[in-house]
Ligand binder design. Sequence first.
Ligand SMILES: [Zn+2]
Ligand SMILES: [Zn+2]
Length: 258
Amino acid sequence: MIPDSHAHLDLIEEETGTVVASALKAGVSPIITIAIDIPSSIAAINLAGTYDGVYCSVGIHPNDTGGVTPEDFDRLEELALSSRRVVAIGETGLDYYRDRSPAESQKQAFRAQAALAKRLGKPLVIHDREAHDDALELLTAEVHGEVPVIMHCFSGGREVLDECVRRGYYFAFAGPVTFKNSHVTREMASLVPSDRILAETDSPFLSPDPFRGKPNLPERVTLVAKAIAGARGISFEEMESRLAENTARVFGVPVEGA
Ligand SMILES: [Zn+2]
Ligand SMILES: [Zn+2]
């Protein structure tokens, strides 16, 4: 099975049961549904409790940190402790591409979620968009190997990649790795150590080719996996084994074939 390590099931328009069944039919399971704020953390826990093969994170996305209070992080902790299906904290990080939230509130939310991940011993899912230097600096200050770090939808170049490899981080690649012009992303996907690579859809966003621009679905992680396998010059089957093993290890979830 190919796992989708990062989707937003609560943001997909189609009914979740249909989405999960269709993914399973395509050879995709489990799906980790990633939260972006408190309501979506609650929704993610409900979905993970309802559907087999669905696990979730709780967290606050950097674009949604505007009105966040310290009580919100207490609430996140309560939520994380409320269900064994919660397998990660985030997505947190920095987004300087969209300036929907001030950088300082993004950083505060980052620190609070890093602390939460460490208290709970869960991996931290990082969103880093046009903020590589600050994101690495914050990670240097807040995380010292206590918990796994996942660079979701990795968009850095060689320097960032090498630094993250040194630190033992995980790298998740999404739809852009399939785009015709994404030579650098494919090159990066070919350089990640085989025990640190993950695939994701970030659905409903970032549809891979040939669905670019359309709402995305977890089943299309197979296209992402195929593109990564192509970049690395390995078979789809070998890619599947690596993705299964890595997803099982980092999130502590069962994956068929791991
Ligand atoms: Zn993201
Ligand atoms: Zn996301």
